[in-house]
Design a protein around this ligand. Structure first.
Ligand code: PLP
Length: 388
């Protein structure tokens, strides 16, 4: 057996996703299909992004493309932005520039957790399990509230054991689009404080916030980091710029972490990123950060697409979770069997993600990053398979 245990465990953890990727090959080369699977762009990139890259492409010094760690102007911009959005005085030195949220999450887990430690994350939720397995950590799923997919603090409390080291909260949440309210996050903080005291070991909170700036109906956002001091915040520009192939994100240490512990973590960020394989974003992406602060996809247009789909599918009897943020629409598969539903849709040229990819078999997810025309083309097939 040549494969390492951690490689095998990561492979097992990502199993349903891999098999779904394989089934997606059916889309290749087919004319007229509608791809509503991933949060990928279907229109030309934002001009603001292209301009920010172009402005920084021309070298201004001999070391323009030298080895770069986390660059000071990028960190300063981010700390200031976080201050504005979260109301907490983040220190630029506590911001580690990463290759998207993927990189930040992998860094966070290794920063505070040791082999065999348990990490609790929401179900349905994003692909934390393979990242954890590849770090020799143990994934523990805590179901969200049935029906509403709200944060279920009781369920998280039940999932915590003496080996728990990190609890992940993702708001706005993929795949449900829920944005968690402050009082629920405050209840979670109380649970984490009590469990840390009981365990005699700190439980960390990782706030995975790549959709923080994509919210609808003017709904507010409270970061879990505002409620619990022992927090790490990760972010990706891949969502707000709808350019996930241009890797850019960060991990930020909460300024509420007591100074001695924060100094210790801060000093470990750079060595750990080197140890993980020089996981800093490319120089060009980092130069662009100040210019990118104000660049965003058209959230009002996304909201219109959400409304179009929610109205049409809701009228046809679909049981949907109306998203408060993100660019996804999460619904119960008619008949309860999402695999059969997804296959039936694929047979009609419309591809959506089955809930099994998020450990929640009875649901499906539509990406609203599709163009309005694509959504119009998908509707007849969705209506044909509607519950009524
Ligand atoms: N966290 C969540 C909840 C996500 O949905 C994603 C991407 O889909 C990520 C993290 C990773 O983001 P990125 O690919 O931009 O690193």
């Amino acid at each position: 057996m040549e494969l390492s245990d951690r490689a095998r465990a990561a492979q097992d953890a990502i199993g349903p996703v891999t098999s779904f990727f394989q089934s997606l090959r059916a889309m290749d080369g087919q004319a007229g299909i509608v791809d509503l699977t991933f949060g990928d762009p279907h229109e030309m990139p934002l001009r603001g992004l292209v301009n920010a890259l172009r402005e920084n492409l021309e070298p201004r010094s001999v070391d323009w493309f030298a080895y770069k760690t986390s660059l000071a102007p990028a960190r300063a911009t981010i700390a200031e932005g976080l201050h504005g959005e979260l109301g907490l005085p983040f220190d630029p030195d506590d911001v580690a520039m990463t290759q998207g949220a993927f990189g930040a999450i992998a860094l966070a887990f290794r920063l505070v957790a040791d082999a065999g430690d348990e990490v609790v994350f929401p179900q349905p939720g994003w692909f934390y399990a393979p990242i954890l397995r590849a770090a020799n950590l143990v994934p523990v799923r805590a179901p969200l509230a049935a029906g509403s997919f709200d944060l279920d603090v009781e369920s998280i409390a039940r999932a915590i054991t003496p080996r728990t080291r990190v609890v992940v909260v993702n708001s706005p949440a993929n795949p449900t689009g829920r944005v968690y309210a402050k009082d629920r996050l405050a209840e979670l903080a109380t649970v984490l404080e009590a469990a840390s005291a009981r365990n005699g070991r700190r439980i960390w909170l990782l706030s995975d916030e790549p959709y923080r700036r994509i919210r609808f109906d003017g709904i507010g956002f409270t970061s879990p980091a505002e409620c619990y001091p022992w927090a790490l915040v990760d972010y990706s520009y891949g969502k707000v710029l709808l350019a996930p192939g241009q890797r850019l994100g960060y991990l930020a240490l909460s300024p509420l972490i007591p100074a001695a512990e924060r100094d210790e973590l801060r000093a470990a960020l750079l060595p750990l990123q080197m140890g993980l394989g020089w996981t800093f974003p490319d120089a060009l992406m980092q130069y662009a950060v100040p210019a990118l602060e104000t660049v965003s996809i058209d959230v009002a247009e996304l909201q219109r697409r959400r409304d179009l789909m929610v109205t049409a599918l809701g009228a046809a009897g679909y049981d949907l979770t109306v998203p408060e943020g993100t660019f996804y629409l999460w619904g119960a598969a008619p008949g309860g069997d999402a695999s059969a539903f997804v296959a039936a849709l694929a047979g009609r040229g419309v591809f959506v993600l089955p809930g099994s990819v998020f450990d929640h078999a009875g649901h499906f997810r539509i990406s609203l990053t599709a163009t309005a025309a694509m959504l119009e083309r998908a509707l007849p097939a969705l209506l044909e398979l509607a519950p009524r």
